[in-house]
Each structure stands twice: as C-alpha cells, then as structure tokens.
Design a protein around this ligand. Structure first.
Ligand code: ZN
Ligand code: ZN
Length: 362
C-alpha cells in the first residue's frame, strides 16, 4: 500500500507500470517542492523490489532496507556525496560545500549501474534534486539514459523541471506531482499526524498546498510558538510608543546581523498578518490565513483605514527590498516601525474614506 498522500495520479501511473510489468528505465518526478516526490521515489524503489503483497508492503526485508537507506541496490545521488575518483580529498563531496551534482558522482553511478542487482530485482538510482546536475554531469547522465540497462531504474526528482536539459527531460517518463487542496492537507495532518484541528487548519492554510511543508512545520516544535510570538509583537507594537518601537527595531537589527533569514521571516509574517487585517477591514474575514486570531484581526481591522493598511504593506515590501540591498538595517527597520499606522482614534482626524466624512462634505 502506497503511503504517499494526495498524489493519486502519480501513484496510479507508477503502480500500473508495476502491475503490467513494464517499468520505464527512467522517470522524472516533477512538481512543486515538498509535495511528496521524494517519498514517492522511495516507495517506487520499494515497489520495484518488494517481495510482499500489495507493494510497497512496508514489511518485507527489501522494503525495510530501502526505508532505512541501507539497500545495496538503491542509491541516492544528491548534492555532495561519494564519488570514488582518485585522491583522498575527492571521495566525499558532502564536506566541500558542493552546490551541484558533479560528473564524478554520475560516473560512479554508471559504474554501479552496469552491475547486476545484488539484493533485489532492480537497481534504483534516485537523483534528487535533478536540477542540480551541471552541464557536464547532465551530458554524462545522457549516455546512461540512451543505453538503458534492463535492471536499472533511474528516478530524477525536481521542482524546477525547466532547469533540466531538454535532452535529459525527453528521455524520462514524466510523472507530474501537484499541490493539494488545503482541506485535504488539514485532513491528512489530523488523521496521520494527529495534529489538533485548529493547528491543522492553520498549517494547511499556510502550506500553499504542500503537505511536506506542513508536516515539517508541525514536527518542528518551535515553529508555531515562534510564529505566535511574532504575531503577538505585530499586534502589541501598533499600540506602542516611540521608545518601544525603536527598541524593537534595534532588537531586529541586531538579529539581522546574525541571522538575516530570521528577520526576513518576521517581515513576511507581518506582511501576512497585515494582509489579514486588510481582508477584515475590507469585509472579507472568511478568507484570512490567521483565522485563530480573528478577534484581534477584527479589532485592528476596525481601527485603521484601508489606505493606511495598504500603505503599511507597501512599507513592509520596501523595507524588505532595502534589506536585500544591504542598506543600514537599523535605519531601515526604525523607519518601518515608525510607519506603523496610527489608529483613527489616536489621530483624532476625520476619516476621509468613511461614508460619514464623504456625506459631511456634501
Ligand atoms: Zn515489501
Ligand atoms: Zn568527485
């Protein structure tokens, strides 16, 4: 039984090929990141070698060895890794900061591929991410694709199909993978990972249809609490005075000097939060991401004009661009914090956009 979730079409193609005894010699698993391509590649390798019923049975010796990454006939070729070229420093690329799959790794694959399977029925080589093959290694792989070995199945995995050489692509059987509807993700999280309903639906909405992303976020116990803290800050700071805003900007700037990605993550979350505020202000609360915080969103949505929210969202985007451009981070963040909109009440000005203000002008 396949355990890959939400990729029924891909699974159908693969299991049909197996049951009809006509596996292609090369497959291209293509689709968005974190939707189950790597899981399906392992399960396909298991199916090809499984000796139980309803392959992959997940119970036989073959299935177990493959699951544990210990099967002698199943090879994962990724960035970094073994290559067998001469010279002691040239045997393992996992430590040399490699960003590509090198030709020596493909040469190693070719040597291995020419041997008969040792333990199972098929040798399976999973190349993931296949878009990391450079021009040299792609061309080396092409020869293997052109002269198929009957007991060898290649699985190329990519979320950037367009980055592969057309000649490589055309020699593989394409198996497309897709994002899942968010309701299906919430269901899978609840049923398979026992995620409580509120968390499951939040993660599902955040996942962009990628179950793998949602599961990773759930397994990382710091993810949801850290997110909650950032949203808490975003809410608190709208009512904060100058000093508190400056202190927060300083703290973010300090963090930025050590961990840029973290601060970009915070800004992204703010963007998402303020987009939700905008949706509430525009009378569409049913479409917000942070449905668990609807009370707060409603409070904020009632406090600001749509124009204010839109202009703060623009300020957020601008700040992100400045930071990417390596401007003075502290200054950029201070300016951003000062641009947090003041509520209508705080400003004590008539709201030009409100129907009352328009009427009073008549
Ligand atoms: Zn099995
Ligand atoms: Zn090498």
């Amino acid at each position: 039984m396949w355990q890959t979730i939400g990729q029924e079409r891909a699974v159908a193609v693969l299991s049909r090929a197996l049951s009809e005894g006509r596996a292609s010699h090369a497959y291209l698993f293509a689709g968005p990141p974190q939707v189950g391509k790597a899981t399906a590649a392992i399960e396909f390798a298991q199916s090809l070698n499984c000796c139980g019923e309803d392959p992959p049975c997940h119970r036989c010796k073959q299935c177990h060895l493959i699951e544990e990454g210990k099967h002698p006939d199943v090879e994962l070729i990724s960035i970094g890794g073994l290559c067998e070229e001469s010279g002691a420093d040239h045997r393992d690329h996992s430590t040399d900061g490699s960003k590509e799959i090198r030709i020596c790794q493909v040469r190693r694959l070719k040597r291995i591929a020419s041997r008969a399977p040792f333990e199972g029925r098929y040798r399976v080589a999973i190349i993931d991410p296949a878009d990391a093959l450079n021009a040299e290694s792609s061309n080396a792989l092409l020869k293997t694709l052109e002269e198929p070995v009957p007991s060898l199945v290649l699985i190329l995995v990519t979320s950037r199909e367009e980055a592969l050489l057309p000649t490589v692509r055309s020699r593989c059987r394409l198996v497309p993978f897709n994002t899942m509807p968010s309701a299906a993700i919430a269901k899978a999280l609840a049923e398979t990972w026992e995620v409580p309903p509120d968390d499951a639906s939040l993660l599902a909405r955040l996942s962009g249809g990628r179950l793998g992303w949602a599961v990773t976020a759930w397994v990382d116990e710091t993810f949801l609490p850290a997110r909650e803290t950032v949203l808490e800050d975003a809410y608190r700071l709208t009512a904060a005075g100058r000093d508190e805003r400056f202190a927060y900007a300083n703290q973010l700037a300090l963090r930025f000097s050590r961990d840029r990605e973290n601060v970009f993550g915070v800004l992204e979350l703010w963007q998402e939060w303020w987009r939700d505020v905008l949706l509430v202000a525009a009378g569409r609360p049913e479409t917000v991401v942070n449905a668990g915080n609807l009370d707060r969103l409603a409070l904020m949505g009632g406090k600001y004009t749509v124009e204010d929210i839109v202009s703060f969202l623009a300020a957020l985007r601008k700040t992100r661009a400045y930071l990417l451009d390596n401007v003075n981070a502290q200054l950029a963040l201070e300016v951003l914090l000062l641009q947090l909109p003041a509520s209508r009440k705080e400003r004590q000005l008539p709201d030009a956009a409100s129907p009352a203000a328009v009427r009073s002008r008549d």
